[in-house]
Design a protein around this ligand. Structure first.
Ligand code: CP
Length: 347
């Protein structure tokens, strides 16, 4: 894999991009040391900050008339999704193409997976076909770790089962930092919904607490199982609150993130009905009156409007749901770029 140096010095491989050449960072630059990105729990706060600063540089690229740099010219990126996706899959493809990578898309349902090929054999085949970077989504938690154990290049997790969605957590963090002038310290962030089945919530616990947010997780007790024990242990020593009391959670909230009620994962009868959920936990304008007047409304998508979030709340002027989608491209460009730089430095 050849990672070429684009004209922009802020995008030189292996360097820590800076917001502006006139304004170097106050702290020592941090080198990216990860070959894969499988979850955010391995990232230090300095590394998360590096992702954020690199994303700023990518956002500058995206603001150009032609939003393309040659940073990943000669790099082959394969996108392998075993589960449906619009935002993650498309934004990874756009991100890789903006960096001039060669991109191949594989949908498992149209591949030899349908003939019984295993994940390991599929990954080995993709590597034999020349892939340097594998972006994957899988319905089974831990699948990207198995892929990383046999793949010679870098693996980027686009979501695995209930376990992790690292790029979503990083784009959520980027979106919030942009809204709050770069710092979430002391901001009350409430995630409401199907926490139990949510890889978005699990990854956001790490990044939002690392950013200093006062994090609350809220939902029916059946959809919070296990999280009280996690909260008692803390995430990397950082605390968060778990509650079924939506009124207490929304009181004075700076951010409310609604999570999808995952109908496909509700076979176990964890809710009486979707109507009951909407009546007790759906995010409506009336309920948001208890939050800060400037509350930031988020949803990772896809949404069930009228269930976890009212249709008018989703398009409220305080909603940043489309910003989340847009920022996904810059964040994924940053991560592809950082992983490529780390691969270049490997002996
Ligand atoms: N947020 C998210 O992962 O959306 P997709 O399933 O459309 O990728």
């Amino acid at each position: 894999m050849a990672v070429t140096t684009p004209d922009d010095p802020a995008l030189a491989p292996g360097s820590a991009p800076v917001p502006s050449v006139e304004e170097p960072p106050a702290t020592q630059p941090v080198a990216w040391r990860h070959r894969h990105l499988l979850d955010v729990d391995v990232l230090t706060t300095a590394e998360i900050d590096l992702v954020m600063r690199t994303t700023d540089a990518m956002a500058e690229v995206l603001a150009r008339p032609i939003p393309k740099v040659p940073a990943l010219r000669g790099t082959a990126v394969t996108i392998l999704f075993y589960e449906a996706s619009t935002r993650t899959r498309v934004s990874f493809e756009v991100a890789a193409k903006n960096l001039s990578a060669d991109v191949v898309n594989i949908t498992a349902s149209a591949s030899s997976v349908t003939k019984g090929e295993s994940l390991v054999d599929t990954v080995r085949t993709i590597e034999a076909l020349g892939a340097d970077v594998l972006v994957m989504r899988h319905e089974r938690s831990g699948s990207p770790y198995l892929a990383a154990s046999v793949f010679g290049g870098s693996v980027l997790n686009g979501g695995d089962g209930w376990h992790a969605h690292p790029t979503q957590a990083l784009l959520d963090l980027y979106t919030l930092r942009s809204r709050f002038g770069g710092s979430l310290a002391g901001r009350k962030v409430v995630i409401v919904g199907d926490i139990l089945h949510s890889r978005v919530a699990r990854s956001n616990i790490w990044t939002l607490t690392a950013a200093g947010a006062e994090l609350w997780l809220c939902g029916p007790s059946t959809l919070l199982r296990g999280f009280e024990a996690w909260a008692a242990r803390g995430a990397g020593g950082r605390s968060f609150t778990v509650t079924s009391d939506l009124g207490a959670a929304l009181d004075g909230a700076d951010v409310v993130m609604a999570l999808r009620i995952q109908k496909e994962r509700m076979a176990g009868g964890l809710l009486p009905s979707l109507r009951e959920y909407a009546a007790r936990y759906g995010i409506t304008r009336e309920r948001l009156a208890a939050a800060s007047p400037d509350v930031v409304i988020m949803h990772p998508g896809p949404m069930n409007e009228g269930v976890e979030i009212a249709a008018d709340v989703a398009i409220d002027p305080r909603s940043v749901i489309t910003d989340q989608v847009t920022n996904g491209v810059a964040v994924r460009m940053a991560l592809l770029y950082l992983l490529a730089g780390a691969r270049e430095r490997r002996p």
